[in-house]
Design a binder for this molecule. Structure first.
Ligand SMILES: Nc1ncnc2c1ncn2[C@@H]1O[C@H](COP(=O)(O)OP(=O)(O)OP(=O)(O)O)[C@@H](O)[C@H]1O
Ligand SMILES: Cc1cn([C@H]2C[C@H](O)[C@@H](COP(=O)(O)O)O2)c(=O)[nH]c1=O
Length: 212
């Protein structure tokens, strides 16, 4: 038995979520953060939402390509999340691993709440039901003006259901993300993602140093 691991139980790992409007650049930096943490001896589980489990990936396919009622969309996002927490996030944290998730509940507040206009109180009910005691230790919010995000998306790929939304939708998503960053300043760190990839990496390395 060691002092920092009583009864041979691993210390709880850390949970980091990546957020931002589509095209903000968050996925670009996930591999870098995973590498950086691995180099510091952490076992990293990298995942995403919607998705991250066999069922979650099936739900993702529906969510990104099928039109549906707004409340159905919100419920399916949280259904995917429930499975993700049960199968991936909670076991990994209990093992002492570090979990990186490409999106978590802030995305539901931003997209279904801000973007589509679903009542925030309904989202809070789902949040308290699905993960009453779990929040990311750190949320990295990649923030860019809409035109920058749109230009990055247009340059790279075929657009899914969300990515095909208009500028006012993304303005509302971005507004809700920034509102939450102001509401939870100790958890959510805003990254100016207009900077170069190299400059953003340096900023991320500095932020993560505080968590290691
Ligand atoms: N700081 C940056 N400077 C210039 N280009 C960038 C920067 N960050 C990302 N990109 C480019 O922008 C495009 C979109 O980036 P990325 O896929 O990481 O965005 P995202 O926020 O994860 O989008 P989505 O949520 O839709 O998956 C990619 O081609 C990527 O190379
Ligand atoms: C978790 C979550 C995601 N979304 C949206 C946001 C994105 O447009 C897509 C996921 O695509 P990505 O390229 O992997 O970022 O889903 C959402 O609307 N609500 C959510 O809770």
């Amino acid at each position: 038995m060691t002092q920092d691991r009583p009864n041979n139980k691993a210390a709880r790992g850390r949970f980091i979520s990546f957020e931002g409007i589509d095209g903000a650049g968050k996925s670009t930096h996930i591999a870098y953060v995973a590498e950086l943490l691995g180099a510091r001896g952490k076992t990293v589980v990298s995942s995403r939402e919607p998705g991250g489990t066999e069922l979650g990936e099936k739900l993702r396919e529906l969510l990104l390509h099928q039109k549906m009622h707004l409340e159905t969309e919100a419920l399916l996002m949280f259904a995917s999340r429930r499975e993700h927490i049960a199968q991936v996030i909670a076991p990994a944290l209990a093992r002492g691993d570090w979990v990186i998730s490409d999106r978590f509940t802030d995305a539901s507040f931003a997209y279904q709440g801000g973007g589509r206009g679903l009542d925030r109180a309904k989202m809070e009910v789902l949040e308290h039901w699905v993960h009453p005691a779990l929040q990311p230790d750190l949320t990295l919010l990649f923030d860019v003006p809409l035109e920058v995000a749109r230009a990055r998306l247009d340059a790279t790929r075929t657009l899914d259901k969300f990515e095909q939304e208009q500028a006012d939708f993304f303005a509302a998503c971005r507004g809700e993300y920034l509102r939450r960053a102001a509401q939870f300043p100790s958890r959510i760190t805003v990254i100016d993602s207009t900077q170069s990839i190299e400059a953003t990496r340096a900023r991320l390395a500095g932020i993560l140093e505080h968590l290691l």
